[in-house]
Design a protein around this ligand. Structure first.
Ligand code: 6CM
Length: 247
């Protein structure tokens, strides 16, 4: 078995102590815990959630919501992927070195701060969507293990003096995203690429931060979120195909 460079920096099974000493730690810990708990809550029968995309095992729901006239529809998606683990899924979602390979809305990306092996602060600009102004975002990103073969990445907007908001061409948007993944395999068997299934819960709430036409924004989300989740999961399956399973 050959361990590739890709696998040396997999998400750690326990929180990096450098993160717990950082000023952002109380916020990162609180929001990550809340997001992971909420991610696995079912939306099925709940009032307000409308199913807007369904394909194979993927189901996407949104709840229409506006804050000060701006669309902030919470989105929730469920999916199932075979042949990859929760840890592998989160590795490719968290690690910025793969981001351009699956994130199609991205224009530029910079690491504003490397906090620890499981947390960083990231600045991104997104492709402009006519007729709105271009958007950027600054968010911390944290990957962690949770009980029951679960790994999750949480991204949440933050501030940094070196990356001030709304000073150039971009309007700063605000984001809270959680990708929570849980692996299972048949009882009594050892997990392998052939028998593992990973359930994915993806939640996203974006506040566009300034004027953006509601209709355009909702149309963009309706097109882009299913595209993202299909493309990202397919990307991870392809990346992992000939590598040993990392649990
Ligand atoms: O979660 C996703 N990607 C992560 C890594 O990039 C990260 C990103 C969060 C930001 C999501 C904001 C997307 C909005 C893009 C368009 C903005 C234009 C507004 C103009 C209005 C007319 O968590 C995947 C995100 C997939 C998004 C479709």
């Amino acid at each position: 078995v050959v361990i590739t460079r890709d696998q040396v920096d997999l998400p750690p099974p326990a929180i990096d102590s450098r993160l717990t000493l950082h000023p952002l730690w109380p916020e990162i810990d609180r929001i990550s815990t809340e997001q992971i708990t909420a991610a696995f809550e079912e939306v099925g029968g709940e009032i307000g959630w409308q199913l807007f995309a369904e394909e194979g095992d993927m189901k996407m729901y949104r709840r229409e919501m506006e804050v000060d006239g701006m669309v902030t529809d919470p989105l929730k998606a469920m999916h199932k992927v075979r042949g990859v683990s929760a840890r592998e899924m989160c590795h490719y979602f968290f690690n910025p070195r793969y981001r351009y390979e699956w994130e199609t809305t991205l224009e530029t990306m910079r690491i504003a701060e490397e906090i620890s092996c499981d947390a960083l602060v990231c600045h991104q600009t997104f492709k402009r969507i006519w007729p709105a102004s271009q958007r950027d975002a600054l968010f911390w990103s944290h990957v962690r293990a949770a009980p029951a073969h679960t790994y999750a990445v949480t991204n949440h907007s933050t501030t940094n003096d070196d990356f001030p908001a709304n000073t150039g061409a971009c309007i700063r948007l605000f984001v809270t995203v959680c990708l929570a993944c849980r692996s299972t395999c048949p009882a009594g068997q050892r997990p392998t690429r052939d028998n593992i299934t990973t359930s994915i819960a993806y939640c996203s709430t974006v506040n566009p931060g300034g004027w953006a036409p509601a209709g355009v924004l909702r149309a963009v989300y309706k097109r882009e979120y299913p595209k993202f989740l299909k493309r990202f999961t397919q990307y991870v399956v392809e990346q992992c195909r000939d590598k040993p399973l990392a649990m």
